[in-house]
Ligand binder design. Structure first.
Ligand code: IFM
Length: 472
């Protein structure tokens, strides 16, 4: 699909005029400068510096060195022609200990970033929490304790007061599923805990943190306020009753634990059978559902792949450990499609299903933004100096078509952020997975736009030309 003039671009007719395109990153994955200008340590600094936790002992100490090269990265965004850029603020750059003294140099960094984005005609979309809890708060209990939710609300107020006049879109939390269950139950992410009720308490406190932050953001006059979830499109391996029950439990663990309190004002219907009644722990307080259910201006969805589940034996006999991720479910992979280097099956139609299912289930669903979508591929710089990532172009094109199909069928989707602008630190998988539209050489830190960068720019230009022509 690519010739000397660049990849061929097919516009997506069903994406309406005003549909917005962007690219996304997160602080710990790109910034580096982990101990500069007063930044305090986060749980990811501690975790990545603990032997055996990340691939090859990789850390975010330098990452893409975006802290020092943000001007170059904004030039790349400008060249891409995006409407918006989604990035996250490192909580411990603003508040090195999570609460207490404010770090002026940290505040200044994001001031510069936001101002330079605006000067480039790019609307900032800020994620307040993309997994990098200040270590000082983890030392006081982390997301297991309510004080962390209260600290998050103070941090949100500080950020909103300082940047609220210039930020278009606020995302309180990114993928709280990973923070709670991958971080506190599976232990594959920071802080690396393997707990049952600790993870369930964390899930609840993350939701409370979100609701308290929404209130602070609104009080400070923030414009669009939402949250980003990595909802799973789940399928049952068969129609057998055991697999259908496994599907119900997986729906609770992956989706309903978030969507029911956020969008329906209640806890999930099947949580007692999923977690043997232990979800309803003392961390829940009267009034919490009202806090969590603060109305949203938009819901962010991160989508990469669908998941099929089957009934499976529990991995442990310990009732406490059975309360989180050990819910008698195994993942199977019947898709028979190409897989990305993450091992994820490429199934764009599942994104259409996910969007339409949400639309059908939730009368209170606000407009949806795809806040992440993209693929990790085995990218190399070719002898011609280019990165010919045709699989990524196909992935992005097919998933944008899936979004367009959902819009045609009635879903209200307003925008799409490609993950990611840059190759970056892929958490426990270190630098082994490349998701970027721009290749990063981790030795020289040279940025090389890939073919997908040119393709995306062409798509955005073609979409604007088509919709502007048809707008009277
Ligand atoms: O890199 C991550 C990102 O931080 C959160 N969503 C999924 C991406 C790919 O794994």
């Amino acid at each position: 699909m690519s010739d000397a003039s660049g990849p061929t671009v097919r516009p997506f007719p069903a994406l309406p005029a005003g549909f917005r395109f962007g690219a996304a990153t997160a602080a710990y994955q790109i910034e580096g400068a982990h101990d500069e200008d007063g930044r305090g340590p986060s749980i990811w600094d501690t975790f990545s510096h603990t032997p055996g936790r990340t691939l090859g002992g990789a850390t975010g100490d330098i990452a893409c060195d975006h802290y020092h090269r943000h001007r170059e990265d904004i030039a790349l965004l400008r060249g891409l022609g995006v409407d918006g850029y989604r990035f996250s603020i490192a909580w411990s750059r603003l508040l090195p200990r999570g609460t207490g003294p404010v770090n002026a140099k940290g505040l200044d960094f994001y001031d510069r970033l936001i101002d330079e984005l605006l000067a480039a005609g790019i609307a900032p979309a800020v994620t307040l929490y993309h997994w990098d809890l200040p270590q000082a708060l983890e030392d006081r209990g982390g997301w297991r304790v309510r004080e962390t939710a209260e600290a998050f609300a103070q941090y949100a107020a500080l950020a909103a007061e300082r940047y609220g006049d210039r930020v278009e879109r606020w995302i309180t939390l990114n993928e709280p599923y990973c923070s709670a269950f991958v971080g506190y139950a599976e232990g594959r992410h920071a802080p690396g805990a393997q707990e049952g009720s600790g993870a369930l308490a964390a899930a609840h406190h993350l939701l409370v943190a979100h609701g308290l932050a929404v209130r602070e953001l609104r009080a400070a006059g923030a414009r669009e306020v939402g949250i980003t979830l990595n909802l799973d499109r789940l399928h049952a391996a068969s129609d057998r009753p055991g697999d259908l029950a496994a599907l119900r439990r997986a729906e609770v663990l992956h989706n309903e634990v978030w969507t029911e309190p956020l969008l329906a004002g209640r806890y999930p219907g099947h949580e007692a059978e999923t977690w043997s009644g232990l979800a309803d722990g003392p961390w829940r307080r009267p009034g919490d559902l009202e806090v969590i259910g603060e109305p949203l201006d938009f819901l962010g969805i991160n989508y990469y792949r669908p998941v099929t589940v089957a009934a499976a034996p529990h991995r442990t006999d310990d009732p406490e450990l059975r309360t989180a991720v050990d819910i008698g479910v195994a993942e199977t992979d019947p898709y028979g499609t190409r897989h990305t280097t993450m091992g994820w099956p490429v199934v764009p139609a599942a994104l259409t299903e996910l969007l339409l299912d949400l639309h059908a289930r939730h009368p209170r669903l606000p407009p949806v933004w795809i806040t992440e979508n993209g693929s990790a591929e085995d990218d190399t710089v070719a002898p011609d100096g280019r990165v010919h990532d045709t699989d990524r172009i196909a992935y992005l094109a097919d998933h944008l078509t899936a979004v367009a199909d959902a819009v045609t069928a009635g879903a209200d989707v307003r925008g799409y952020f490609a993950w990611s602008l840059l190759d970056n630190f892929e958490w426990a998988r270190g630098y082994g997975q490349r998701f970027g539209l721009v290749h990063v050489d981790y030795t020289s830190l040279t940025r090389t736009p890939k073919d997908s960068y040119d393709w995306y720019r062409g798509l955005i230009t073609a979409h604007r030309a088509r919709t502007e022509e048809s707008t009277p």
